[in-house]
Design a protein around this ligand. Structure first.
Ligand SMILES: [Zn+2]
Length: 110
């Protein structure tokens, strides 16, 4: 698994969500870095969606890495040898569940 290359912290939308909103990485109430400003298109659902999508990027990356970890383990699983569905294998299940929960958390944010 590769090291995290982006700014740590919780990425969040500052101010109104939409055009002109700023995405910042925060640790609690402390702003660690300003990541991006959403310029458009106007105060629309689309610009709000753009803001939320950028802010969810770190969690998306984490969910993808969880799925990659599951995929790597499942292929060489000592119990199912990659032949069962990961959700039905006792050794693969915790990784599958972790990945699924992370995916659902991201989808709930965007
Ligand atoms: Zn397995």
């Amino acid at each position: 698994m590769s090291k995290v290359k982006h700014t740590h912290g919780t990425w969040t939308v500052l101010g109104p969500v939409g055009a002109g909103s700023m995405i910042a990485a925060k640790d609690g109430e402390t702003v660690l870095a300003y990541i991006a400003v959403v310029y458009g298109p106007g105060q629309t659902k689309e610009s709000a969606g753009n803001s939320e999508l950028i802010a969810a990027s770190p969690e998306m990356l984490e969910a993808l890495r969880a799925y990659q970890k599951l995929d790597d383990f499942h292929a060489n699983c000592p119990e199912c040898e990659g032949l069962e569905q990961p959700e039905t294998c006792a050794k693969c299940f915790p990784l599958a569940d972790d990945a699924r929960l992370k995916m659902r958390a991201v989808l709930a944010k965007v």
